[in-house]
Design a protein around this ligand. Structure first.
Ligand SMILES: Nc1ncnc2c1ncn2[C@@H]1O[C@H](COP(=O)(O)OP(=O)(O)OP(=O)(O)O)[C@@H](O)[C@H]1O
Length: 615
């Protein structure tokens, strides 16, 4: 089939579509519709978008024989050299013949836009499963570990023609593993970081032919950057491509799924040996995630050799902690409302550590761009894991605010969180608890604040030629009213206005600040963030009025706040957050969670088969 008529590609940055400018949002929607329409014209039915990543957008559809296909498009906003990689991805995928890998169908190029066509892996990717399910059980991790170990063996034994030519996938992580629950089937997708290995696991060069040996290829790396939250140190620092890269991806994946995190960096504070896994497997995973290469390699070899016997262990469901409680409270909001959650955090500054030893690969790389944008390059591992755990909270339909204050020997957390999907309560509790445990592992003194808000409610105002904001009617700030018991209403509450934040650069007009202070007299919780750009301003906010008797005054002040906000001329970001009570939770600092292994006598810990939905 020939994809002839596809035009006008426009793919924007990955963020909530609600935060794009009106113009960009429209273009984005048009673009998605064009893709769907064109794929439909080509004869595919039931076309839908099923995924997106740093590099591209992925659509699925059925061919004329009702076979499921996947179409991957690269983001038009990326440099041409990066977009060209879709063709390299197509080539590597075409080289792999494995039941766990979706079959390559075709690579088409229309104008500058490439489209990779392949079989669809059935099921749901493991990152999505993890967000719903929370921590995977010991049995699920063990089963997955064996499957992944077998994938590693297959990649090492891969032949290129007749010569053995191990392949490195280069980006093994939960979202690149598609899991089919019904058939217990696993697929490895996204071959965009894949290359032929240059060295074997012992570091000896692999050359497929004489020409390779002659060319300079053996002295420089051919490695591609995988996801910076999951790749190991060697891939990050530009070592030659080796099967060890994928061992690292597998270790990160198992660790992330066992702990319900979205990265590998938390292992110093929440080691695999604290997650209720069988002792042998836990030690292997911790070993593979070690900072010491010799330990890592030894653990990797052990994993490859012994995983089949480790997988024979009897691992019935057990409940190691009778009751799962959130370390900080959260409340359920209406299930009907599904916020498109976006997180905004300030004071990342103090989480940084000078570490300029990283040798970085290709600065053009989209992943690397992300690495810099997300301030990860000079941040310690635990701090990275903490930031990733905050981003994970934003993957749930939740709004609210959090403040972490690290003092002499304690951590103080203030919070106000509303979750809008009860069925995710169990997994969300684990996500919160991870955030707290990681925060306990941070030893610097300082303050970190973040707000989770619904991007759908963000107010956007465009500027005219003079910089003034254009609007026909002054937009209104949204709020909801919750009538709390009067005993609650009289409780004191705190307000966050604690000195200048180094990450805030917008100077707000005094009248805006005065308004916020007046609002502070009324019992409520919420946040407001002014993001003033050269061409427009976004006002992110959520407000919950906790004293219904003051609604008229509250509304009047919000209105006044908007009137003054449109007077902002400066460019930058500034915000306020208000958390409801002074009942701050105090936690001791804790470098590392204590050991917890799968019990030797599982019968004593019989699972009460808790359904996550009941929690
Ligand atoms: N063949 C496939 N079958 C089923 N789902 C797929 C397939 N290929 C991709 N997906 C889904 O689409 C998502 C994004 O695809 P992919 O990882 O290839 O894109 P990417 O832009 O390279 O992402 P990343 O930034 O994560 O590397 C995957 O997480 C997966 O859920």
């Amino acid at each position: 089939m020939k994809a002839k008529e596809i035009r006008n590609f426009y793919i924007n940055e990955e963020q909530s579509v609600y935060l794009l400018s009106h113009h960009d949002a429209k273009k984005h929607r048009q673009w998605l519709n064009i893709c769907i329409k064109q794929l439909t014209l080509l004869g595919y039915s039931d076309v839908e978008m099923i995924g997106s990543g740093a590099f591209g957008f992925v659509f699925a559809g059925l061919d004329d024989k009702k076979q499921p296909w996947v179409f991957k498009f690269s983001r038009i906003t990326l440099a041409q050299s990066v977009r060209d990689r879709l063709e390299d991805e197509a080539y590597m995928l075409s080289q792999v013949d494995n039941p766990l890998v979706p079959k390559f169908y075709a690579f088409e190029r229309i104008k500058k836009q490439g489209i990779l066509m392949m079989a669809r892996a059935l099921g749901e990717d493991l990152e999505k499963v993890s967000l719903k399910r929370g921590r995977f059980s010991a049995a699920a991790i063990t089963d997955l570990a064996l499957k992944l170990r077998n994938v590693l063996i297959d990649l090492r034994n891969q032949k290129n023609g007749l010569t053995p030519q191990p392949i490195v996938h280069g980006d093994i992580k939960p979202s690149n593993l598609v899991w089919d629950e019904a058939n217990q089937g696993l697929s490895l997708v996204d071959w965009g970081s894949s290359v032929y290995a240059q060295v074997d696991s012992a570091g000896n060069p692999i050359a497929s032919n004489f020409m390779d040996l002659m060319s300079g290829d053996l002295s420089t790396t051919n490695a591609r950057m995988g996801d910076v939250y999951f790749i190991g140190d060697e891939q990050m620092s530009g070592a030659k491509s080796s099967p060890r890269f994928d061992e690292q991806g597998v270790a990160s994946t198992l660790y992330a799924l066992a702990s319900a995190q979205s990265c590998r960096f938390g292992a110093q504070v929440i080691p695999a040996s604290s997650l209720g896994l069988p002792i042998e497997l836990a030690k292997v995973i911790d070993g593979m995630l070690s900072k010491d290469k010799a330990i890592r390699d030894r653990a990797g070899d052990y994993f490859i050799r012994n995983m089949p016997s480790m997988a024979k262990a009897y691992l019935p469901p057990v409940t190691l902690n009778k009751e799962l409680r959130a370390h900080i409270p959260f409340w359920y909001g209406s299930d009907n409302e599904h916020p498109d959650t976006v997180v905004y955090s300030s004071r990342k500054q103090f989480l940084r550590q000078a570490d300029h030893n990283q040798q970085l690969l290709d600065v053009n790389d989209a992943q690397l761009d992300r690495y810099y944008k997300e301030f990860l390059f000079d941040t310690g591992d635990t701090e990275k894991a903490f930031l990733a755990s905050i981003s994970r909270l934003a993957k749930y339909p939740a709004v609210g605010g959090l403040s972490f204050h690290w003092k002499e020997d304690s951590l103080y957390v203030e919070s106000s969180l509303i979750m809008h999907d009860k069925s995710l309560g169990h997994a969300f509790t684990q996500a919160i608890n991870n955030t707290v445990m990681l925060a306990q592992g941070i030893s610097q003194k300082g303050l970190f604040k973040c707000c989770l808000f619904d991007a759908r409610k963000t107010i956007q105002l465009e500027r005219d030629g003079t910089g003034a904001f254009k609007f026909e009617q002054l937009p209104e700030l949204d709020y909801e009213v919750m009538n709390l018991k009067s005993s609650d209403v009289t409780r004191p509450h705190s307000y966050f206005e604690d000195g200048k934040d180094p990450d805030e650069q917008l100077k707000l007009p005094n009248k805006v600040i005065k308004c916020v202070f007046e609002l502070n007299q009324i019992h409520h919780t919420g946040c407001i963030i002014f993001e003033a750009l050269p061409d427009r301003m976004k006002i992110h906010h959520y407000y919950r009025l906790l004293d219904a008797s003051k609604e008229t005054e509250f509304k009047r002040l919000l209105n006044k706040l908007m009137q003054y906000a449109v007077g902002i001329i400066d460019v930058g970001v500034a915000g306020f957050m208000k958390l409801p009570y002074k009942n701050t939770r105090e936690f001791s600092l804790c470098d590392q969670q204590s050991e917890l292994y799968f019990p030797k006598d599982p019968k004593r810990f019989d699972s009460d088969a808790t359904d996550p939905k009941d929690n």
